[in-house]
Write a protein that binds this ligand. Structure first.
Ligand code: NAD
Length: 330
């Protein structure tokens, strides 16, 4: 039996994680608070911590977890850009993640953003609720025949490319590791600058690393087609927010769909509706009629949560018993 401390818990986390431990083999301790240096003390007595995407796993937190006797970290997400892996290694903490759950969940959400932005479905919905049945300002374009640029053709990017091929789009891709599966779908691999130059829709599906930080910056936006649609369901840091705001103001960016945001920690997943939000860039983005933001919900399907909980429990189980986890972060 392992003691597992789950941070940033929302009701669905408890539901699915308990569902993945039907025989109640483990002691699950759920904390609503995020994991950060001053909350790491809650992990005292736990074998494993289970943090989420916006928890703070800096060296300070890692030190406090190690001092508390925690053996490892079982992230219940795919990305691990928020973990100081070197410090974890130094302190002997095993780190595991959920590399694969439902690529369909994220790819389909990406398509949802594209369709909503193109056909202004979010604006039409607000309008008809106010008994305004006019069409002005709702003009879209056929996706059929457009060129979609996919940056990163891993699990999610490949799934997304397949869907867009189904719409009758031409798909360009850029990835240092080219996929035969994508080629067989009729995807053409090109250099990143060519993708930016030719795509009507640019969708980001690569991880956030030092090499991909601000992959979409002012220089990249300047090379894109006027009126291009930019979709980021990957990680906020891939995009320079200030450059995106400038691109929207100049009209170079015709539509922007974001499920992730560089400064989302402490904002996304929270109800701030009765507070003053201090992030001026985020509030500016929300004023554009051609921007659609969702709160890091692309992963949020029943199938994905079931798979995330399953792998997380398997990782936690293994770490607690001193076995290699099923999906270590190396
Ligand atoms: P994956 O590891 O299967 O694929 C990532 C691909 O990106 C790989 O093919 C890799 O070669 C490629 N890549 C790496 N560096 C690149 C670069 N410089 N340019 C272009 N491609 C590059 O990962 P995945 O499961 O497809 O997930 C992709 C990303 O989606 C994750 O890193 C994560 O940040 C994000 N994600 C978001 C959500 C959400 O809810 N919004 C959920 C899951 C994953």
């Amino acid at each position: 039996m392992a003691t597992i401390a789950v941070f940033s818990t929302r009701p669905h986390d408890e539901l699915f994680l308990r569902g993945a431990d039907p025989d109640e083999r483990h002691e699950l301790r759920f904390f609503e608070t995020a994991l950060q240096p001053d909350t790491a003390v809650l992990a005292v007595g736990a074998d494993v911590v289970v943090p989420f995407v916006n928890d703070d796993l800096s060296s300070e937190t890692i030190d406090r977890l190690a001092d508390a006797g925690v053996r490892g970290v079982a992230l219940r997400c795919a990305g691990f850009n928020h973990v100081d892996l070197e410090r974890a290694r130094e302190r002997g903490l095993v780190v595991a993640r959920v590399p694969e759950y439902s690529p369909y969940a994220v790819a389909e959400h990406c398509v949802g953003l594209i369709l909503s932005l193109n056909r202004r479905i979010h604006r039409a919905h607000a309008r008809v609720r106010d008994a305004n049945f006019t069409l002005g300002g709702l003009l879209g374009f056929d996706l059929h025949g457009t060129t979609v640029g996919v940056v990163g053709t891993g699990r999610i990017g490949t799934c997304f490319a397949r869907i867009m091929r189904g719409f009758g789009c031409s798909v360009l891709a850029h990835d240092p590791v080219e996929s035969d599966e994508c080629r067989s779908l009729g995807v053409d691999y090109v250099a990143l600058d060519e993708l930016f130059r030719r795509a009507d829709i640019v969708a980001l599906h690569c991880p956030l690393t030092p090499a991909t930080h601000h992959l979409v910056d002012a220089a990249a936006i300047a090379t894109m087609k006027p009126g291009v649609m930019l979709i980021n369901t990957s990680r906020g840091g891939l995009v320079d927010t200030a450059a995106v705001i400038d691109g929207l103001k100049s009209g170079r960016l015709g539509h922007v769909g974001l499920d992730v945001y560089e400064e989302e920690a402490g904002v996304f997943f929270e109800d701030l509706s009765d507070r003053v939000v201090a992030d001026d860039d985020l509030m500016r983005l929300l004023t554009f009629p051609n921007v659609l933001i969702t709160s890091h919900q692309a992963f949020f399907t029943r199938e994905a949560l079931t798979a995330i909980a399953q792998t997380t429990m398997e990782n936690a189980d293994a770490i607690a018993e001193g076995r290699p986890p099923v999906a270590p972060v190396e």
